[in-house]
Design a protein around this ligand. Structure first.
Ligand code: MGD
Ligand code: MGD
Ligand code: SF4
Ligand code: MO
Length: 891
């Protein structure tokens, strides 16, 4: 844990993870480490950071970085690499036209990177084949906004979440995915307990557990629910007639379509919710003027995602709850620059600066501003279609930047095959061990967070600077520079000779202002002439920024929207068809995030602290389902769909609905043998947005019949040694790994040596019993190297204890034998499963504090152990432990 620092030399920058967009102070220390703390002056976080933000310093390690450009695996100069990329793109375009090439970029590159990529593809290559991982993330929200408002506008500010009397969270696990925002909400609720929280999620998440009401909705029941709400509002006089009359269109038709859903019995059947819960939610919504509805991937990532968005927007328009303090629909963005990507037009169906392909006036503005030879006549391929086109040979050259499609796109094995067949693949990344990198013909080393400069825009439209505080290692270079250099080499010298990030930002801001005159929501007029020092000093600012520098905090306060007649549109929406479960595929597989990992783990997977919270890929399964198919806690299970199969650890919990499964999206082949969840997910997409339905795959689950299970810890990276199942993670001082196999291990000692990667000289202690349990501990010159437990059933040794043996402290011989037994001694008490990752506090430590020191509140535990006092993400788990101890006492 790096301590808080606010020294004059601290660099003010922005967290590279989620869309909350927290300000970070970074201070490189003389010993080469970096002290990280929250920026108390940043209006997103006021000094707070979550577990991931707090651990940023641990992910800045230099190993496995991509340091030099490579062609075909051989190191080359930047010149050679860039010439080669430009030549191959030009050659492909000459042969097969501009639509035979593509860029696939990311909501994690900076606005400046994104702007250059979009300009090159849409303005100068003349194709719209640039799409981004935001297609998998925000595109249903974008489409829903454009349909209702005429523009992709998020009207609110974070303060509205605090000012609301009712906060409805739909398909959002805010506690784990936007932790600092959630902490702000909880603080507001603590100060004003009348504030109510409702969570709509098939799972009882940590967010749901903190809410006043949890609606465990059936997968994709949301559109029906909000149709029912609209009908209820109409029946109970909850419609703001004056607002509807003056500022909207299409209300009557939308209401007619909604009325049948007013029948509660029907609605209960469609949503899987009970009638009293429906009544309570409807009454709360109807009677609470200050209502904010936050929604995220449980809404967007659906075969009916855009209709879900509009079903929610319809209810806010009908009640006039938009554009005012404490009111509004609020789509929270996932990635640090998801919003910036939308601003530059990074999606294949957008132009730039919130202008549209197919709008002649917009096309004219952009083409004159860029002095562009050729703008695309039509939208480009959306992510899923783009990779299909690669698979079918219609796209022959692709440049992937800042995203890992072999893991994150649905039907991921097909994506992998597409890249394997593609004649020319360029990958710009910061690390070399991703599942996508092996398919690159050209690898370009990108500068990472802390090494690059530019801007990002967070969920509340606030633009913040990312600033460099470290030199880029090797020859790593900014993403915008790579794109601009290729643009110049493709013959567009004038359009791509940017001096630096500030010049790009100026051009981006100027385009937003160009012939705007209030006709377009995205307007940075006041930033269009920022010079170098002003860009350097730029403080966080919300758009739009008028020419006089003033900024608007909320949109639509005046009831004016960006449709041709200025009125917002009600949409006719309908629930999408339910996932096609069948006797062969009886479960609905839901996927998403865990608290301490970020996507494909290329950065958070490097932190032992972040890896300790949940160290293995798992599948949540309801105990009733488990009993029926004879799966016990900690068994391994095979989960299978028509597209692939994975092996995961079963986690039995009534947090999920019977008939549903939940698995995290994070694990890749770098961390586990067969846990790439998107190998399972069908590429079913929303018809309007093209966003994949990542949360509802029909699936089968069965027990994985393991002949043996294993667990190992080691100072060095562990080897799966042919195990059918394995999952490894960084651990404090080394590595840990779970493993299992289907065939008996004949020579256990040889196997142990292989798994632990032992040198010949290492001493291996072996203990075996008749029940088939083997325990190995390896030493060299008294130094503990690692240990392996093998057993016919899941290994029962305390993971936290085993990991604590890696601390490097010398071991007494009694301790060595206890280690073989897997039992902690008094000198090394078992801390238990990690709960607080900021301060490394385990469940047993917390139980001891509750029992022995009478810490009966979360704040008392905080005072004694510091747990829960930094990011607060574990406070709900702390309360759960206190409650559990109380139950034990009462027994
Ligand atoms: N720790 C962590 N935080 C992150 C990220 C990360 O990787 N790790 N990634 C960031 C990114 S890019 C994003 S997009 C956000 C995502 O943030 P969230 O959207 O909050 O996260 P998810 O876990 O993907 O999904 C949210 C919830 O949707 C629920 N859900 C599934 N199906 C349905 C449904 O039909 N209806 C409803 N109402 N709910 C449903 C799931 O059970 C899940 O709990 O998180 C951001 N923050
Ligand atoms: N089943 C399922 N699938 C999902 C989701 C889900 O909920 N369920 N969620 C979807 C969503 S919302 C998202 S956003 C995606 C995320 O999916 P991805 O974007 O594929 O995931 P990341 O791991 O964030 O990939 C980022 C890559 O960029 C690299 N990188 C980091 N910094 C830089 C940089 O500065 N420059 C460059 N060039 N590279 C850099 C990282 O090393 C990493 O390889 O996954 C989607 N896929
Ligand atoms: S909430 Fe956490 S991950 Fe998100 S921006 Fe803030 S510190 Fe970073
Ligand atoms: Mo996302």
């Amino acid at each position: 844990m790096t301590q808080s620092f606010d020294t004059p030399q601290a660099t003010r920058t922005t967290c590279p993870y989620c869309g909350v967009g927290c300000g970070v102070l970074a201070s490189p220390q003389p010993d080469g480490t970096v002290a990280i703390s929250g920026d108390p002056e940043h209006p997103a976080n006021f000094g707070r950071l979550c577990s991931k933000g707090s651990a940023l310093a641990e992910t800045l390690i230099p190993d496995r970085r991509l340091l030099h450009p490579e062609i075909g695996g051989a190191r080359v100069s930047w010149n050679a690499a860039l010439d080669h990329v430009a030549e191959r793109f030009c050659e492909t375009i000459a042969r097969k036209g501009p639509d035979s090439v593509a860029f696939y970029v990311s909501g994690q590159i900076l606005t400046e990177d994104y702007y250059v990529a979009n300009k090159l593809m849409k303005g100068f290559i003349g194709s719209a084949n640039i799409d981004t991982n935001s297609r998998l993330c925000m595109s249903s929200s974008v489409a829903g906004h454009v349909r209702a408002f005429g523009s992709d506008t998020v009207p609110n500010t974070y303060e509205d979440l605090e000012a609301a009397d009712l906060l409805v969270l739909v398909g959002s696990n805010l506690a784990w995915c936007h932790p600092v925002l959630f902490q702000r909400v909880l603080a507001a609720k603590a100060a004003r307990p009348s504030m109510k929280l409702v969570t709509i999620d098939p799972r009882r998440t940590v967010t749901a557990a903190e809410s006043d009401l949890h609606l465990p909705i059936r997968s994709d029941g949301d559109t029906a629910l909000f149709l029912g709400l609209l009908a209820h509002l109409s029946e109970t006089g909850g419609i703001d007639r004056a607002f509807v009359e003056a500022h909207t269109q299409g209300f009557e038709a939308a209401l007619r379509a909604a009325l049948p859903y007013g029948d509660l019995a029907r609605l209960a059947a469609e949503t899987g919710l009970d009638e009293p819960a429906l009544r309570r939610f409807f009454a709360l919504f109807a009677e609470t003027e200050r209502t904010v509805t936050v929604y995220s991937q449980g809404v967007n990532q659906s075969a009916g995602g855009t209709d879900k968005v509009n079903a929610i927007l319809n209810c806010h328009l009908a009640t006039g709850r938009i554009g005012r303090e404490g009111c509004g629909p609020f789509s929270v963005t996932g990635q640090p620059n998801a919003m910036g990507g939308r601003e530059v037009g990074g999606l294949a169906n957008q132009l730039a600066a919130h202008m549209a392909i197919g709008n002649p006036a917009h096309e004219d503005i952009v083409s004159r501003f860029w002095n562009a030879p050729a703008l695309p006549a039509k939208s480009g391929l959306k992510a899923v279609d783009l990779f299909r086109a690669v698979h079918e040979g219609r796209v022959e050259a692709i440049w992937i930047m800042g995203t890992n499609p072999v893991d994150s796109l649905p039907e991921a094995d097909l994506v992998r095959q597409a890249l394997a067949r593609c004649p020319f693949v360029v990958v710009s990344d910061v690390v070399r061990d991703t599942d996508t990198v092996p398919y690159a013909h050209v690898l370009l080393p990108s500068a990472a967070w802390g090494e690059k400069a530019g801007t990002v825009t967070n969920s509340e439209r606030r633009i913040s600077r990312q600033r460099a505080f470290l030199p880029a290692p090797g020859e790593a270079k900014a993403d915008w520079w790579q794109m601009a250099e290729v643009g110049r080499r493709m013959g567009h010298e004038a359009a791509f000779s940017f001096e630096g990030a500030a010049a790009i930002f100026r051009e981006h801001a100027a385009l937003s202002a160009f012939e705007n005159e209030g006709t377009r929501d995205f307007d940075l007029s006041g930033l269009a002439t920022l010079d170098e020092p002003a860009y350097e000093a730029l403080t966080p600012v919300q758009w739009p920024v008028a020419a006089d520098g003033t900024s608007k905090r909320r949109f639509f306060a005046d009831g004016r929207f960006f449709t041709p007649n200025g009125k917002a549109r009600f949409l006719l929406v309908a629930p999408a068809a339910a996932p096609a479960t069948s006797p062969e595929r009886p479960f609905v597989l839901n996927t998403g995030r865990i608290r301490d990992q970020w996507h494909t783990m290329t950065r958070t997977g490097r932190s032992a602290r972040l890896s300790a919270h949940l160290a293995e890929p798992f599948c949540e399964l309801h105990p009733d389902d488990a009993a029926r198919i004879r799966v016990s806690e900690a068994d391994l299970v095979t989960v299978e769909t028509d597209h692939g199969s994975v092996i995961l650890r079963a986690l039995l919990t009534d947090r999920v609905r019977p008939g549903t499964l939940f698995a995290p999206m994070h694990w890749t082949e770098q961390f586990s043998g067969a846990a790439r969840i998107n190998a399972l997910v069908p590429a079913r997409t929303d018809p309007v947005s093209g966003q994949p339905a990542s949360k509802a795959a029909p699936a089968a689950l069965r027990r994985f019949e393991a002949a043996w299970h294993g667990f190992a810890v080691s100072l060095h990276e562990l080897e799966p040694a042919g195990s059918a199942y394995w999952a490894r993670a960084r651990a404090s001082g080394g590595w840990r790994m779970e493993l299992a196999g289907t065939a008996k291990v004949e020579n256990t000692e040889a196997f142990a040596r292989q798994v632990l990667g032992l040198p010949e000289t290492a001493e291996l202690l072996h203990y075996a019993d008749r029940a088939g349990h083997h325990r190995f501990a390896a030493f060299e010159g008294g130094r503990f190297l690692g240990a392996l437990w093998l057993s016919p059933e899941p290994v029962a040794v305390s993971r936290a204890y085993a990991v604590s043996c890696l601390s490097g402290a010398p071991m007494e011989s009694a301790t060595r034998f206890r280690l073989l037994a897997g039992r902690p001694g008094a000198d090394r008490p078992d801390p238990g499963a990690l709960v607080c990752s900021c301060f490394g506090v385990g469940a047993n430590d917390i139980r001891r504090a509750i029992r022995e020191k009478n810490c009966t509140s979360v704040s008392a535990i905080g005072r004694d152990l510091k747990a829960g006092t930094n990011c607060g993400s574990c406070r709900t788990e702390l309360q759960g432990l206190i409650d559990a101890e109380r139950v034990l006492e009462l027994r």
